[in-house]
Every structure is written in C-alpha cells, then in structure tokens.
Design a protein around this ligand. Structure first.
Ligand code: NDP
Length: 335
C-alpha cells in the first residue's frame, strides 16, 4: 500500500506490506472482470509522481493513499467473465501490487500471445519501456545513419534499447550511467561505441566534449537537470532532443530550472516530449519490428529481478538510487 502522500525523496517506509486474512479468489456473481494471479510487477519512475497529491490533474492520476499501489504487471488468468480472456491466459497490463488482483477494467490488459519468450519481457523489452524506446527514438529523433547519439540513464529499461536501436541505424552511440558496472555493460553487452560514469565527472560539459568531440545530433534524455544543460551546450545545429523523462527532478520538492535553453533557438534544435500512452495503437507494429531481432539475438535485454512481493518497496526505491542494473522487475510468483 501507499501509506501516505509524499513530498521529497521516496522512502521504503512510505509503503507498507499488509497481509489480509482472507482472499476471495472468485469473481462475484454478475461482475464482468478478470481474476489475476500476479507473476511479475514493473517498477517504473513515473510511479513516483502518483505518490504526491497534486492540486491539478497530472498526466497520470495520483494513487490513493492507504490503498494498493497499481502499475504494469504480468499475470495468469485464474477466472474470467470478460469475453477477451479465459482461464489460463497470460496477460500484461494494469494490475495491483498484490498477489491476486480482481481487475474490473480489463481493457487495461493485453493477452500475451508469445509465451515462448520470458513473460517478464512484457513489462520491459516487449512492454511499455520497449514501446517508449521505439517511439522516442524513431519518431521523435528522426535518426539517420552516422548521427552522433547520446543517451542518459543509458543502461536502464528504456536507455539500453535506444542505444541498440541507434546502433542498428548505423549511428555513433555514447551513453552515460551512474556506475562503472553499468558503463561496462553499455560498451560490452549493448554495443555502445563509448560510455562514461557521470558520477565520476566534475564537469558534464567537458565529459560530453571528450566523448563526443563532433557534438551531438540526437540526445535521448531520460534524466533532465544538469545533464540536459550540458547536452544543450554540445548539440549540433538542427539536433533533436527526445524528452523521454527527467528522473533527476522527480524527488525534488521544487524542480530545478534548465539553463542554456536559448540554445534551442540559436542552434535550431527540436526538443520534443512524448508520452507512450499516446502510442498504444502502435504496439503491434512495434512487436512486429522487434520480435525478429529478439529471436535472433540481435537485440539483448538486461533485467534486474527482485524476488518476492515483500521486496517490492526496496525495488521501487532502487530506481531513484540508481541501484537497478537494467529493467527493474519484481517476481511475485513463478506460476
Ligand atoms: P531506468 O531503468 O533507467 O531506472 C532509472 C535510472 O535513472 C536509474 O537506474 C539511474 O541510473 C537513473 N537515475 C536515478 N536517479 C537519477 C538522478 N537523480 N539523476 C540522474 N539519473 C538518475 O528507468 P526507465 O528506463 O524505466 O525510465 C527512464 C526514463 O524514461 C525516466 O525518466 C522515465 O520517467 C522515462 N519514461 C518515460 C516514458 C514516456 O512515455 N515518456 C515511458 C517510460 C519511461 P544511473 O545509474 O544511470 O544514474
């Protein structure tokens, strides 16, 4: 449960694991719903927004304090009175952070037709982060062969895929990440041309100049803040910035301003935000694109799987401490 609305940095103590005495695993008479056994839950940065009470409606609704946290997950259908699902189906989509969920709005669920692949992929590589990488890179950045591409939070759920897409396109790709282990992954597993640990750099502008001396054509921004400011200084004329997320700001009580923004004008840049939720109609196109690459091993994906619902709180906080290596997943049950 989310114990209470929060301001400032998310703590494990803001969430609570509660055992209920009885669980009714049958759909009540007359209700159109799906009874799910949750197998995997997704930890995503946007969940932090939902934990603060907003005066104005946000792009996602606030959670309800005292109630079960919701998010994307993968589950097995135990019972269904919804025409699109039947017992034994595997699904991904909106569910609760609990062992079993009664889903009354089953339009938020998608049947998984490719059960030969790891089911957890449907909250990462083949789920919302995957589609975000696809739209955020191909649509927003309009990449060309030879472009200089820079990606922040590059080893995460979204970043690791953007880098691999950029390599497929024939770009020169540099990533930043917050540990040497992640930098090693970027260069040796995901095929980035270069990478650096931004936490070891005193001057991000200087670090970008060192790793991308020709400048940046495409910046895929996952973090905002100081890294965005440094990237602006290093953008080439007519560069494109895909504003995917700004995780450096999510726990701040007052988000920082961005310096160097006039460079958008001076360098004729395009800085464009997007929300994956506007592109769900492109999901089957995305699957058609990515599945052959996944099956032949061209695209690889690293997950960080924490075992047990009791460790979900820790797993979510890890995102904001940079402790996840790859897509952060919680394994609730194997079957
Ligand atoms: P990640 O798997 O990349 O996990 C978050 C990572 O962010 C951490 O591992 C850490 O990596 C980095 N980070 C955490 N805190 C900070 C900080 N204060 N400053 C800089 N970096 C920090 O998450 P996702 O791939 O799921 O998400 C990446 C971004 O994409 C987020 O901003 C998210 O909100 C956004 N997003 C946007 C979507 C959209 O529709 N627009 C959809 C999905 C995600 P490191 O070690 O590198 O610091």
């Amino acid at each position: 449960l989310l114990k209470h609305y929060i301001t400032g940095f998310l703590q494990e103590s803001d969430m609570e694991l509660v055992a209920t005495e009885t669980v009714r695993l049958r759909i009540p008479e007359g209700l159109t719903a799906v009874m799910l056994k949750n197998l995997y839950l997704s930890c995503d940065p946007y969940m932090r927004f939902r934990m603060t009470k907003h005066d104005e409606p946000n792009y996602v609704p606030d959670f309800i304090a005292g109630e079960v946290i919701t998010g994307h997950g993968v589950g097995k259908v135990l019972e269904s009175t919804h025409p699109n699902f039947k017992e034994g189906d595997y699904v991904w989509g909106w569910t609760g952070w609990e062992e079993y969920s009664l889903i009354t709005s089953a339009e938020g669920l998608n049947k998984i037709n490719y059960t030969d692949l790891p089911l957890s992929y449907f909250i990462g590589l083949l789920g919302m982060p995957g589609l975000s990488s696809y739209i955020g890179f191909y649509d927003i950045c309009e990449p060309k062969k030879g472009d200089y591409v820079f990606i922040s939070a590059a080893s995460g759920a979204v970043g690791q895929l953007v880098g691999q897409f950029a390599k497929l396109m024939g770009c020169y790709v540099v990533g930043s990440a917050g540990t040497d282990e992640k930098v090693h992954l970027l260069k040796n597993k995901f095929g980035f041309d270069d990478a650096f640990n931004y936490k070891k750099e005193n001057d991000l502008n200087e670090a970008l100049k060192r790793h991308l001396p020709e400048g940046i054509d495409i910046y895929f921004d996952n973090v905002g803040g100081a890294m965005l400011e440094a990237a602006l200084l290093n953008m080439r004329l007519h560069g494109r910035i895909s504003a995917c997320g700004m995780i450096s700001q999510y726990n701040l009580v007052k988000p920082e301003g961005v310096s160097n923004l006039f460079l958008v004008v001076a360098k004729r840049l395009r800085l464009e935000g997007f929300l994956v939720s506007d592109y769900l109609h492109r999901y089957s196109e995305f699957l058609e694109f990515i599945l052959p690459y996944v099956r032949d091993g061209t695209i690889t994906y690293v997950e960080d799987i924490v075992q047990g619902l009791e460790n979900a709180k820790t797993a979510l906080v890890r995102l904001f401490l940079g402790r996840n290596v790859g897509k952060q997943v919680v394994l609730v049950a194997r079957e």
